[in-house]
Design a protein around this ligand. Sequence first.
Ligand SMILES: [Zn+2]
Length: 259
Amino acid sequence: MTRVRWPVVGGGEGDGEVSKSRRTATFDHVGAGGRITPLESAMRYALRGVRVVPLHFPIGPPSLIDGGGDSGRLVCSCLELDCQAPGLHPLEPLEIDNATCDPVQLARWFAQVPRANVAAVVGAGLEVVELHYAAPPAQLAAWLSAQGVRLGPVIVAGRGCLDLIVFSEAGPPAEVEQLDLWRSGGSLFRPGPGELVVLPPSRFIDGSYASWLVPWEQAGMPPDRDQVLATVAGIPAPDRLAAWDVTRQDGQGVRACGQ
Ligand SMILES: [Zn+2]
């Protein structure tokens, strides 16, 4: 069964986190590697053999749609106010099975709905390790690199959620697997075939944007899945990671000054 996960929104602190996300949305979008359109994004990954499908997307505020309600909230473009996966389900009448690498079909879909969110489908050509961890993505990336992991393409998929694109001969697990990372308090998901991975420049319902921490174009081949899993299991808790990062940056500063 296909499942769509919400991005992690801070520490579950409610409205304060939503407004904070909105303030950082512009930065997040720039981090996507420029202002590429959803169609351009879809084409890039379709050319890599990754199947892509357009999704609904956040719109708002709802006061403009139904004449009332909480004007600060975005809603799903399906206009179902109780939508269970806002901005994260295929545009009707499409289904996940309709995802394709065909550029003509993608051009047709995104011509109809240029602002649609973009998702790739896990399966042949795409395997992902999804890390839920409450620390800045750049800190985490620096730590993984310091452990000898060559990072491949990495997507910041909402607050506290990183999608690391990986490679293995065996491919993704038959069904989603979840692992709690006891040292760091984070958790790790391995989506199975048919699950969606939201691609930049998609927007989440909290107003933030999916962005590339490491763009696919710069990353080259995705890294070995088992090496990524083994290293991620040892991530320290966020406060210890932050302390490690300060020490690292102090060291760089000393070298930069030539002392
Ligand atoms: Zn919806």
